[in-house]
Design a binder for this molecule. Structure first.
Ligand code: FAD
Length: 318
């Protein structure tokens, strides 16, 4: 059976959920071989093995933390040359997408970004993308070389699938460009205690209808009652009511949670572009004609200042 490389996103050995989702997809195509880089890489092996990694290639060189993405591209190129995989799957984070593009260029193949599904095909893996503000789904295949595919978080379930997870050291020779851009400092963002927006299973968003930064407290309260992340429309962000890091949409983040709750958001196409692949969509809007109601699974026509606190209280009683 063909092997499939999975790039591991981890923090000091703690594997992030999108990587486990990649393992689920990788098993549909072949035997997953995980590539874990940087401090704590070897500590990822047990978790990766529980979720189907037949092999884990690791390298803990300091270069991965000290420099921007090129050392990681060097490592993945070495892994591709060692394994000759059927595909390379990478999570759709900003950094990993840059790695994917550079890798595809290096190995003379093609890259497919932001896939929402990947399946085996007669002529190689086929990725599903959601395009034109999620108005269409396209099936895409790389026609030359080893496909490099980035996959959006929440595109596949995390599945237990015990495998060998044999750890092997990856031999990497860094290229001349690897040390071109040095990281000079890192400032951790203050934690809100909420899940990362792009990885959250539930996202509660607020738009212009929230009418002020202080009113985002009711959006946050609903989010906290559900263990959700908080999102915002561009109108709310441009008004300075919520940080740009939380913007959902074409020029913000793309999310695909199990549940998306839009409050006081009209449903402009640029907002839909970032959330339309959510599995279940709920909207609260006082205008029954708002376009958001065209795509919801459940819609509430009403004033969010009445509905959202009631919903929060109801959820808290359960
Ligand atoms: P509005 O469209 O003003 O809608 C507010 C809604 O709140 C209305 O439907 C109203 O009925 C409802 N409302 C008001 N008060 C209440 C209340 N008390 N209770 C319940 N409902 C209430 N937008 C994004 O979101 N993300 C992007 O990434 C993005 N990128 C863009 C890129 C480009 C190039 C361009 C041109 C635009 C982009 N936009 C983006 C902007 C987008 O076109 C819309 O302007 C924006 O999404 C509108 O935000 P909104 O729905 O919060 O505001």
């Amino acid at each position: 059976m063909a092997e499939v490389l999975v790039y591991v996103d981890h923090v000091d050995g703690a594997v992030r959920k999108p990587t486990l989702e990649l393992l689920t997809l990788a098993r549909r195509i072949g035997d997953p071989v995980a590539v874990a880089l940087g401090a704590g890489a070897a500590n990822t092996a047990a978790t990766l093995a529980e979720h189907g990694a037949a092999k884990v290639l690791t390298d803990e060189a300091a270069e991965y933390a000290d420099y921007l993405v090129v050392p990681k591209v060097d490592a993945l190129q070495a892994a591709v040359e060692a394994v000759s995989p059927a595909a390379v799957l990478v999570p759709s984070s900003a950094e990993a997408k840059e790695i994917a593009a550079r890798l595809a260029l290096r190995i003379g193949s093609g890259v497919i970004t932001d896939a929402v599904d990947v399946e085996a095909g007669d002529e190689g893996p086929v990725a599903t993308q959601s395009v034109f503000a999620a108005s269409y789904s396209t099936k895409t295949r790389v026609s030359k070389g080893t496909p490099v595919i980035t996959v959006k978080p929440n595109s596949a379930p995390v599945e237990a699938a015990p495998a060998a997870g044999t750890v092997e050291a990856l031999s990497v020779t860094f290229s001349a460009q690897a040390t071109g851009t040095k990281v000079t400092g890192r400032t951790p963002r203050e934690s809100t205690g909420r899940p990362e927006l792009t990885e959250a299973a539930i996202v509660v968003s607020g738009g212009r209808g929230v009418n002020g930064s202080e009113n985002f407290a009711i959006i946050e309260a609903l989010a906290d009652s559900l263990g959700a992340a908080v999102g915002a429309s561009r109108a709310a962000v441009d008004a300075g009511w919520y940080p740009h890091t939380n913007q959902v949409g074409q020029t913000g983040k793309s999310v695909s949670p199990q549940l998306y709750i839009a409050n006081g958001i009209s449903g402009a196409i640029q907002h839909r572009a970032g959330m339309q692949t959510s599995k279940t969509i709920v909207a609260v809007n006082k205008d029954a004609e708002a376009p958001i109601f065209d795509l919801v699974d459940y819609g509430v026509v009403g004033d969010l200042f009445e509905i959202v606190p009631q919903l929060t209280e109801e959820i808290k009683t359960r």
